[in-house]
Ligand binder design. Structure first.
Ligand code: SF4
Length: 255
């Protein structure tokens, strides 16, 4: 049995047992394959895209043009990534608070098909095809992963086979679609490369952290960077913890 067949059967089986299904459409290649399969399965579902406000250029218009059935959800109180940085500081790999405000709010209380694949990261391996969200604020959301065992090669072969249109970032040198400069990305140089093609995003983040530090002298970053937004951004892009990044420099002052 091929992957398409077993995945369609899985989707149809889910539709028989779980009412009111949703699909999270990030605009990325896995979401594109997932949506294609959901359409092909002829089940009923509602699709949504969470506007992170920092996705690669052209993502929102790609969704609007190619997925007219996908609702575009805006962040609560129109609080963009930049406003969040101003209010709460720069998110990090260990404190990725922005996901809750910009992405995960979409699934609260819902049963949602998502394009998560095991191969993407070790963190994603060992999950089940259906995962019940145990975080209280998610109000018993269920995450359903029909593509869980698909490899990247299978995804690209499927895209080619059915000539599925991808978001513009893929033809602009990006290998993934996600928030530009996301601190979860650890591969060296990737974040900087993303900002090089989206310099206005980086400028806006700089302005936001500058304001944030001015309003929050008690923040650790305010003290360590001494209100200097360039220093704060250099630390943020280093991917290091504040202790790893700042301590050696501070120690030098005492020698
Ligand atoms: S994907 Fe990254 S930048 Fe985007 S909301 Fe989540 S942690 Fe923040």
């Amino acid at each position: 049995m091929d992957k398409e067949y077993t995945t369609l059967k899985f989707i149809q089986k889910i539709a028989k047992s779980i009412p009111d299904l949703y699909a999270g459409n990030s605009g990325g290649k896995d979401s594109a394959v997932l949506d294609f399969l959901l359409q092909k399965s002829e089940i009923k579902y509602k699709s949504y895209y969470c506007n992170t406000t920092i996705d690669p250029h052209g993502t929102v218009s790609h969704i609007m043009k190619n997925y007219p059935h996908t609702d575009i959800l805006q962040p609560k109180n129109k609080e963009t990534f930049f406003k969040l940085v101003e209010r709460k500081g720069l998110p990090t790999r260990l404190n990725r608070y922005c996901c809750q405000y910009l992405k995960e709010f979409g699934s609260v209380g819902k049963s949602v098909f998502e394009g998560v694949r095991a191969e993407e990261s070790t963190k994603r391996q060992g999950r089940d095809y259906i995962q019940c969200d145990t975080r209280k604020w998610q109000k018993k959301a269920k995450h359903i992963y029909p593509l869980y065992d698909w490899t990247e090669k299978e995804i690209y072969n499927y895209i080619e086979k059915y000539d599925i249109k991808l978001a513009p970032c893929y033809s602009n040198g990006f290998s993934r679609l996600g928030c530009v400069g996301c601190p979860q990305v650890t591969r060296k140089g990737v974040r900087m490369k993303e900002f090089e093609s989206h310099p206005k995003y980086l400028e806006s983040i700089k302005r936001a952290i500058k304001k944030g530090m001015e309003n929050n002298p008690q923040w650790k970053i305010t003290q360590l960077a001494d209100y200097n937004e360039d220093v704060a951004i250099a630390w943020w892009l280093s991917g290091k913890t504040m202790n790893e990044y700042f301590q050696p420099n501070q120690l030098k002052l005492f020698i």
